[in-house]
Write a protein that binds this ligand. Structure first.
Ligand code: THG
Length: 277
């Protein structure tokens, strides 16, 4: 399938907080895991997110990570985004990967960047950096998050990590609880790209629409506005054909798609639009 040059898709489905995936992890259902790994790769995922922690509280261990990474690598060469709150687990899991992927995630919290940066310096590995900190949690305004971005960028430089290896996550709040949620997010994106255009911006966007009706409308509008603000990666479901259509269309509208060839090819290859027989 068509992969966009300017938009890095991290396929989100292998996540123990998704009810169907939780069930598969608990039941050690290898066929289901392999199926969604392959389908996401075929649908145009650049990375397969692998987040073993489940709602029932199991999974966030090296044993489950190793099992899932093994299954993904059985069916696809698409690199893996290792996703866990436990940074020591992520550093162990890197050794299981056949190809460099992405560490998801580090932050200024608990010295996580200082653990991850020396390991990924000089490699092809990327790292998602959440812009919260130990003191303020998620800074409520854009300035606080941009502050944290600048601190992380400086730290990366000291450790020899290249800007291209960094995927900053400005953190998505819930629109229903804070009507400025996107305004702040968009401002952080613009300031990041103005300061260091070589680094990436990503997010897991579904939090934006929490507790709102017809969530997919808000998710898709968020995607479109965020891409214009400079977000060049997203943790999304590549099997969501409406979302993939919005991504291809927005990419073309932003002037990133010469002769609209990516949009047309994406359609022809079936990434979005009516299902072809
Ligand atoms: N930032 C970073 N990492 C993250 C998140 C983030 N990892 C986890 C999470 N947030 C992003 N991952 C998911 C995974 C699945 C879903 C939402 C967020 C989800 N998926 C539905 C499913 O698969 O059935 C449906 C999605 C759809 O149809 O579009 O709910 O914020 N760095």
């Amino acid at each position: 399938m068509e992969n966009l040059e300017n938009m890095i898709i991290i396929g989100e489905k292998i996540n123990g907080f998704v009810p169907r995936t939780c069930k598969a992890i608990e039941e050690r259902d290898e066929e289901y895991i392999k199926e969604i790994a392959l389908k996401q790769a075929e649908a145009g995922a650049d990375y397969i997110d692998c987040s073993p922690a489940t709602t029932s509280g199991i999974g966030d261990t090296l044993e489950y990570m190793e099992w899932l990474v093994g299954l993904i690598q059985e069916v696809t060469d698409t690199p893996i985004a290792l996703d866990s709150p436990n940074v020591d687990l992520l550093l162990e899991a890197m050794k299981l990967c056949k190809a460099p992927g992405i560490i998801n995630s580090a932050s200024l919290c608990e010295g996580k960047c200082d653990k991850v940066f020396p390991v990924i310096a000089g490699t092809q590995w990327g790292c998602v950096i959440m812009l919260d900190d130990d003191v303020r949690g998620i800074p409520s305004d854009a300035e606080g998050r941009v502050d944290n971005f600048k601190k992380v960028l400086e730290k990366a430089k000291e450790y020899g990590v290249k800007p291209e290896q960094l995927y900053f996550d400005p953190l998505v709040e819930t629109l229903g609880a804070n009507e400025e949620a996107f305004v702040t997010f968009g401002e952080v994106c613009r300031q990041i790209k103005a300061t260091e255009p070589r680094c990436h911006i990503t997010s897991g966007l579904s939090n934006i629409s929490f507790q709102m009706p017809v969530r997919k409308m808000i998710n898709m509008a968020f995607m479109c506005l965020s891409m214009q603000a400079g977000m060049d990666s997203a943790i999304v479901d590549p099997l969501n054909r409406d979302m993939m259509g919005i991504i291809f269309a927005t990419n073309a509208l932003l002037g990133e798609d010469e002769f609209c060839m990516d949009y047309i090819t994406g359609y022809r290859e079936g990434c979005f639009g009516p299902v072809q027989q």
